[in-house]
Design a protein. Structure first.
Length: 127
């Protein structure tokens, strides 16, 4: 069975590195509880200083290896949307597969749904 590596980058306007790192750890824990195999983690403190400039900093990076079957990508995107729904609007997640990136953030529900469906359609062909 083929597998896909999905790179997740959490961006946040958190007050401190500790808050930002906590958010990344919470996301990782949530994914692990849903049986998504998280194989990478780069906390905020390990990112270069230039990654921390601007209003939203790249908090951490996670890599999830998905099997290319059974709608797993749809389930992952839904889990990320749910996780973001319980957070402040200052969080967003970049989801990348083979250089194609989807930004999950504060778009309207209709906009978000169209973007998600287009992303899933483009990458679910192997399922």
């Amino acid at each position: 069975m083929r597998s896909i590596d999905v790179r997740l980058v959490l961006h946040s306007a958190a007050e401190t590195d500790d808050d930002a790192e906590r958010a990344t750890r919470q996301l990782r824990r949530t994914l692990a509880e849903l049986d998504f195999p998280v194989s990478g983690f780069a906390p905020a403190g390990s990112l270069p200083e230039e990654a921390k400039s601007g209003t939203a900093l790249a908090v951490g990076e996670l890599v999830v290896a998905l099997s290319a079957s059974g709608g797993v990508l749809v389930t992952l995107i839904s889990a990320l949307r749910d996780w973001l729904g319980g957070r402040s609007a200052s969080h967003r997640i970049s989801v990348s597969i083979n250089g194609d990136t989807l930004e999950l953030e504060g778009a309207t529900s209709a906009e978000r749904e169209r973007l998600i469906q287009a992303f899933i359609t483009a990458h679910a062909k192997g399922e």
